[in-house]
Design a binder for this molecule. Structure first.
Ligand code: UT7
Length: 338
């Protein structure tokens, strides 16, 4: 038995043993978008930090991206797919209404031993998923889990709406979490999650569900795509990211000096900069890769973590924080000692 930073006692820790990401080859630059809607490379770069995004072709699906990211993470973890016990996929652009995208990924990986499901918490889906897997590993029910964030947002993007189409991209990221009894590896130290349904309309896609079933024609066809109230989301995002990180630091009795890297959901470089300024986190401790991918919703944190780790900017023993915010509204964070 050993205590974690947050004071809970469990014989098992959930550690990250592998990570991977996969994005479609095709890209769409700001210059490409300026040919489609009334915008410019400069406006997009200054207001969001985005330079391009990766976009799926018609035949590339969410399960395909998720499977490729998962294969890389499993290889890195040296864990055979047939030994995976749980697969959670954070996504709001699933393969189809049902079965879950996770069912398709399980099949593609031949991960027969796993129980699997999707988690619809929008941009917070991956962070929520890590927290859920953490609980099952810590309480001894499972030895490992594959947690994936995967999105094909381009398929629900209104390519005539300049306020939203510049923001989003497609991709997938994955981590393998495994049970550890090594006292020197704390792994997931603490997770917090929160939601506020009052703001559901700030960021939504109204079609395909029971309110507007596919059979019933929509009065406004743009409702089959994502709709955002950018300013409202912006303000909430800064506020909730600051709250989530401060809550984690306080709960774990840590200061920003103890944190090696903040891996934030990449929704807008200005949102991340504004939040991290309020948190007094120096720039070198805040990972940014939005220029390359845009906002990939649930895929964003695991893609950023994979990039960050592959660039050698974090090492074993470092304390890092994953933080995400998105539709719902939902937000959450994981404190992790690598
Ligand atoms: O992961 C969570 C999901 N993320 C989000 O929902 C995004 C959160 N919000 C944002 O990132 C920002 O609010 C945006 C990038 C969407 C917009 O940036 P902003 O600084 O909040 O701009 P704004 O909405 O206040 O618009 C400023 C101006 C407006 O023109 P007027 O009214 O001042 O004449 C817009 O019509 O910029 C105009 N505008 C554009 N101009 C060129 C809006 N979109 C564009 C565009 N190109 N793509």
């Amino acid at each position: 038995m050993h205590s974690s930073i947050d004071g809970t006692v469990s014989p098992y820790r959930a550690v990250i043993s592998g990570h991977g990401s996969f994005v479609p080859e095709k890209t769409l630059t700001n210059a490409d978008l300026a040919k489609m809607v009334d915008t410019s490379d400069e406006w997009i770069k200054v207001r969001t930090g985005i330079e391009k995004r990766h976009i799926t072709t018609d035949s590339e699906t969410t399960a395909l991206l998720a499977t490729e990211a998962a294969k890389i993470a499993l290889k890195k973890a040296e864990l055979a797919a047939e030994d995976v016990e749980l697969i959670i996929i954070g996504t709001i652009t699933p393969e189809m209404v049902f079965p879950s995208t996770a069912s398709f990924v399980q099949r593609a990986l031949n991960a027969k031993k796993a129980w699997v499901f999707d988690l619809a918490a929008a941009c917070s889906g991956f962070v929520y998923g890590v927290s859920i897997a953490q609980q099952f590993i810590e309480n001894g029910r499972i030895k490992n889990a594959l947690v994936i964030g995967a999105e094909t947002l381009s398929k629900i993007t209104d390519w005539t709406d300049r306020t939203s189409c510049i923001l989003f991209g497609d991709g997938a990221g994955a981590v393998v979490l495994e049970r550890s009894e090594d006292k020197n590896r704390k792994g997931i130290v603490y997770s917090m999650m929160a939601s506020d349904g009052d703001y559901w309309e700030a960021l939504c896609c109204k079609a395909y569900g029971s309110l507007n079933p596919a059979k019933k024609p929509l009065s406004d066809p743009s409702q089959t795509c994502m709709q955002i109230k950018g300013r409202e989301v912006y303000q909430q995002a800064v506020r909730r990211i600051v709250e989530a990180v401060n809550h984690c630091l306080k709960h774990c009795n840590l200061s920003t000096d103890d944190i090696s890297m903040l891996i934030s959901h990449q929704m807008n470089a200005r949102i991340i900069e504004s939040a991290t300024k309020r948190l007094n986190l120096p720039k070198e401790k805040v990972f940014l890769n939005i220029a390359e991918y845009g906002n990939t919703s649930a895929a964003s944190v695991p893609i950023a973590f994979d990039d960050c780790a592959r660039q050698g900017r974090v090492k074993r023993g470092d304390i890092i924080i994953f933080v995400a915010f998105g539709a719902g509204l939902t937000w959450g964070a994981n404190v992790i000692q690598l």
